[in-house]
Design a protein around this ligand. Structure first.
Ligand code: HEM
Ligand code: HEM
Length: 194
């Protein structure tokens, strides 16, 4: 398997980034939704600190992911995919990338506008990206929360589409984003020149 993406399947770096970010989003969702209801104890402070440190890590991974995507390209659409499906898939992917930036950045804006400090795993401090403002903090936390629920909706549609392709169309859409996809490796896109 080659490191970069080929015409007919995703390479290991893209797969690792895709599934690593999926796992981190799951962890962040659970942390975010439970930490807000904790009683005011040191455990709450630790949960917030972990949420912010992991969220900043996620933001860095998303930057790496987009850079890698621009460098390593993407496989062609699975042969036989209608153009309208390709368009919807592309739009969904763009919306997912936008939210992967908007959610952590709005968290950072909320933190800055509220005047809270920001540390990465107690290793170093990060600067405030805005001045203090109650109004901005209120907007930012709305973007953070609604952005998160929109992400969940889009991910449900996105994963549903992947399973639909796998189960009903029987094509390689899901398989080529998974390791050891013998079939995807063995049956390159016939329209490919390689
Ligand atoms: C992709 C990454 C992130 C996800 C998926 C995420 C998700 C969430 C969720 C689901 C909540 C709970 C919202 C609620 O129901 O009240 C939350 C709250 C919060 N998030 Fe994030 N978050 C992310 C990144 C960040 C980052 C990077 C920061 C700060 C630097 C941050 C700061 C906060 C804060 C301070 C709250 C609590 C707000 C409050 O107390 O009402 N988040 N986040
Ligand atoms: C937090 C959750 C998720 C996010 C943010 C996400 C995001 C993305 C994005 C942005 C792409 C487009 C890659 C590109 O063209 O650069 C992609 C591709 C893909 N995702 Fe996800 N994804 C998530 C969860 C899932 C789940 C749960 C599944 C399957 C059950 C899945 C299956 C796939 C597949 C099969 C592809 C490749 C599609 C193709 O080759 O045309 N994703 N994902």
């Amino acid at each position: 398997m080659q490191i970069v993406n080929s015409d007919h399947r995703w390479g290991p770096v893209s797969m690792l980034l895709h599934w690593g970010i999926v796992a981190l989003i799951g962890w962040m969702a659970w942390l975010g939704l439970t930490m807000v209801d904790l009683p005011p104890t040191p455990a709450k402070i630790n949960a917030y600190a972990l949420h912010k440190s992991l969220g900043l890590t996620l933001l860095a991974l998303v930057i790496v992911r987009v850079a890698w995507r621009l460098f390593a390209g993407a496989p062609r659409p699975v042969p036989g995919t209608p153009t309208w499906q390709e368009r919807i898939a592309n739009l969904t992917h763009i919306a997912l990338y936008v939210l992967l930036f908007a959610i952590p950045l709005s968290g950072w804006v909320f933190n800055s506008a509220s005047g809270y400090p920001l540390q990465w795993f107690k290793q170093f401090n990060l600067p405030a990206i805005t001045g203090r403002s109650e109004e901005l903090a209120a907007t930012a936390i709305q973007v953070h929360e609604y952005g998160f629920w929109l992400l969940i909706l889009l991910v449900l549609a996105h994963a549903g589409a992947a399973f639909y392709h796998h189960i009903f169309q029987g094509d390689d859409t899901l398989r080529r984003m998974l390791p050891s996809l013998r079939r995807a490796d063995a049956t390159p896109d016939p329209t490919s020149e390689h």
